[in-house]
Design a protein around this ligand. Structure first.
Ligand code: PEP
Length: 254
């Protein structure tokens, strides 16, 4: 399976800053790219088109929306639609990122509606799941992952289930490791990824083996190669360390 190395730029970078970082990535990855890697960037909305333009024509580079509202259009002040993202060049979306769940109170049900809607609209979805520290300490890892996954996937149509390969990726992001500098250790990551693989198999059958499961949470150039080499780790979702092109390029090459 092709590894996915994804950058979440969160609420950082003006258009000019995003264009410069995207150009550095595009130039550095033009030749010599590890061809077994797909590089995704989730820029802020205002910079989507400049990043997509910098990546145009490169099969191994793509952009995605950090957020969207699951309706075609309407009176949803402050929201953005998948049609608008498509227009700006995005082909992926994030759903269920922990900052959306915990800072903006997005429920499992809203994450589910977003997942189904984005797939219906032809987008590829990176569905983020992960436990909070107290949930891990209380032995609730499996229950939390199971609840988040099953709610997100239960309303998929039969046709959607049959065509998930290449259109759905899962990102395991323990909330306590995001932006904190605390990385989940190899044992913790492998345990969570094996749990997710088993849960996906119970929900989706054979299709589960084809769905990439990324790790995210304080990934840095210094820990990326260990993390990406673990069983069932099919890529990385990187926040802070993706903001500088050189740092992200080291992670891509790890
Ligand atoms: C993220 O935003 O998904 C993330 C993993 O952030 P960081 O790498 O900064 O922990």
């Amino acid at each position: 399976m092709r590894k996915i190395i994804a950058a979440n730029w969160k609420m950082y970078k003006t258009c000019g800053e995003a264009a410069q970082t995207a150009a550095e990535l595009s130039t550095a990855l033009a030749d010599g790219t590890p061809h077994d890697r797909l590089v995704l960037v989730f820029p802020p909305f205002t910079a989507m088109d400049v990043v997509a333009a910098a990546f145009a024509g490169k099969e191994n580079l793509a952009t995605g929306g950090q957020n969207f509202y699951p309706a075609e259009q309407g009176a949803f002040t402050g929201e953005i639609s998948t049609a608008m993202l498509h227009d700006a060049g995005a082909t992926w979306v994030l759903a269920g990122h922990s900052e959306r769940r915990h800072v903006f109170s997005e429920s499992d049900e809203l994450v589910a509606r977003k997942t189904v809607f984005a797939l219906e609209q032809g987008f590829k979805v990176m569905l983020c799941v992960g436990e909070m520290l107290h949930e891990r300490e209380n032995g609730q890892l499996s229950d939390v992952l199971s609840r988040q996954l099953s709610t997100a996937l239960e309303h998929l149509s039969d046709a959607q289930r049959e065509t998930l390969a290449g259109r759905l990726a899962i990102a395991y992001e323990p909330v306590w490791a995001i932006g904190t500098g605390k990385v989940a250790g190899p044992v913790e990551v492998q345990e969570a990824h094996a749990t997710l693989r088993a849960l996906l198999a119970s929900m989706l059958g054979d299709a589960a083996a084809e769905l990439p499961i990324l790790y995210g949470g304080s990934v840095k150039p210094t820990n990326a190669s260990t993390l990406v080499g673990l069983d069932n780790v099919d890529g990385l979702l990187v926040g802070g360390a993706s903001l500088e092109a050189q740092s992200f390029l080291q992670i891509i090459g790890s």
